[in-house]
Design a protein. Sequence first.
Length: 267
Amino acid sequence: MLPHADDTITRDGKSLILAYDHGLEHGPVDFEPNPKTADPERVFELATHDAVTAIGVQKGLAEAYYIDYEDEMGLVLKMNGTSDLWRGEPDSPVNCSPEYAAELGADAVGFTLYGGSNYETEMAEEFREVQEGARDHDMAVVMWSYPRGQGVRNARDPDTIIYGARIGLEIGADIAKIKYPGSAEAMAEAVEMSGPTKVVMSGGSKADDGAFLRTVEDAMSAGADGLAVGRNVFQRENPIEILDALELVVFEGASAEEALAGTGAGE
């Protein structure tokens, strides 16, 4: 059951979610390369770009800014999150309810699950409440599925990342956001293992334009349904150029080279 994943936070079955939960998850360091992006208004303005299907933020930013943009983008409201000051076993405390997300006008809720953490069982129980609450309010569910913690030897291992995609399917996510598993072949397996759950690639740390777009191209060619990207957009001096290029690769099936040539990105 995909209540809204095909019409409010996707376009032609694909998503480009502009993730902006970094102020909580990573802190001000993520804004230092481009200090202007510490101003949420600038990133909400970026999210009005045609390539962006939804913005993903914590409730404080949604409360302060989304009402001015609700007609221009979908909203994925992040239900949990933790600061980079936390040094314990991976965990992500719940800070919002699906009922409140619906009041704010969210089209979907987002939830981080760290499979393999000592807190996995607690997080899975919290996810159940979020997922079932989202169903009651006809909102889609996006899982940030990031296996890590004491039970995970190598969080970058392709099999571990693929397992994360499968977890999304098994416990009821409409979209699973996963790290790029290192190759198109591994991404194709993650897509296969996720069944009807859509798979989107995490944007990750900022890379140069060409390398980033080639990774997106590989993921899309392997059957991924888009990406959820933050730093690889808002840390750039000209984020509009990379969004123009992503529009071509994600929604029009262009190659990275075609997108670079057609938008001026990478120059």
